[in-house]
Design a protein around this ligand. Structure first.
Ligand SMILES: Cc1cc2nc3c(=O)[nH]c(=O)nc-3n(C[C@H](O)[C@H](O)[C@H](O)COP(=O)(O)OP(=O)(O)OC[C@H]3O[C@@H](n4cnc5c(N)ncnc54)[C@H](O)[C@@H]3O)c2cc1C
Length: 304
């Protein structure tokens, strides 16, 4: 019986495990190795590691955590979790692993718009977060491809990183603008493209990407932003009965301020448990979950 099993050994899960390892608790981290930002060559916005590769940050984090002798890592997909007397059983491969507490740090899966050429450029010239990638686009010409009403929020933000008056909202038939919304876009000097989008292509040397419209017209851009729908990448929490909240981009685990879910003894952190996550947020969230799981072992030892 481990003290804690952490499912998901990326930024949030490792951060939780670090706190627990430092408390000399036995921790098993189960990780399938599919970090959300694995498509990007650089990660930005993380103090002390700004601009490093996601792999390097994760590898360093893993080394930090595995230096604690009570922490073990299992590179595997957890396929089941169920309550047992005194804790939880987690299935991974042919084995079941037992623990008194669970931390779900399984991240989210991005459902990208079904436009030809978009998936191949995800993380390289097609992004979702201007805080993560906007600065590097060097105040160039930017675009936002609408999937729905959230595009209006995103394009107002993205325009902050673009050349003045050079940000385009591609409606692509996904959004009808009312006069007030149109006036707001005009006020922000955001262009609106009504023509349907046919494909996303490589840009020239001067532009990172280009949007091919239905008429064949090509719009070169430094970068394109989209609003993927997200949902927890693992169904394990829902199978345990953890409730979800609906965010503007998709569902995420409901937790209290200490990151405990609606199922006592099950904690959730990182992208799976926040409305819209980033790497520094995942680290902080994971630290909170690790500390809270430890405190629950100290102050609620009898809890099943
Ligand atoms: C293209 C792209 C670029 C990004 N760039 C940045 C950036 O520059 N800066 C920034 O701050 N943020 C960036 N982000 C956001 C960042 O990737 C996430 O906020 C961060 O990865 C969340 O960390 P996490 O630990 O919660 O989840 P993840 O990093 O997604 O890790 C979840 C882990 O859980 C594992 N897992 C899932 N289910 C199971 C299971 N059943 N069993 C075992 N393991 C499981 C996965 O395999 C994975 O290893 C980017 C996101 C994308 C999509």
């Amino acid at each position: 019986m481990h003290d804690v099993i952490v499912i998901g050994g990326s930024y949030a899960g490792l951060s939780a495990a670090l706190q627990l390892g430092r408390a000399r608790r036995s921790v098993l981290v189960v990780d399938a190795g599919e970090r959300r930002n694995r498509f990007a060559s650089h990660a930005h916005g993380l103090l002390g590691r700004d601009g490093e590769s996601p792999e390097a940050i994760a590898a360093r984090g893993r080394a930090d955590v595995l230096a604690y002798p009570t922490v073990a890592l299992l590179e595997s997909l957890a396929t089941g979790a169920r309550p047992i007397d005194g804790g939880f059983a987690v299935r991974a491969g042919d084995d079941e692993h037992l623990a008194r507490r669970l931390v779900l740090a399984t991240g989210v899966r991005d459902e990208l718009p079904a436009v030809a050429g978009l998936r191949e450029r995800w993380g390289a010239s097609v992004f979702h977060c201007p805080y993560c990638h906007g600065y590097e686009l060097d105040r160039g010409r930017l675009g936002v491809l609408a999937s729905g009403p959230h595009a209006l929020f995103q394009v107002a933000l993205v325009a902050e990183w673009g050349a003045a008056g050079e940000t385009t909202l591609f409606l692509d038939g996904k959004l009808d603008l009312d006069p007030e919304q149109r006036a707001d876009l005009d006020r922000r000097r955001i262009r609106v493209e009504l023509e349907p989008v046919a494909a996303i292509e490589d840009g020239s040397a001067a532009s990172g990407v280009a949007v091919r419209l239905a008429s064949g017209r090509l719009v070169p851009l430094a970068g394109l932003f989209v609003q993927p729908r997200t949902r927890p990448s693992s169904p394990l929490g829902e199978a345990l009965g953890c409730q979800l909240d609906e965010g503007h981009l998709g569902p995420y685990y409901r937790t209290d301020a200490t990151k405990e879910t609606t199922v006592p003894g099950v904690f959730a952190c990182g992208d799976a448990a926040v409305m819209a996550g980033t790497l520094p947020m995942a680290l902080a969230d994971g630290a909170m979950a690790g500390v809270a799981a430890h405190r629950s072992l100290v102050f609620r030892p009898a809890q099943g």
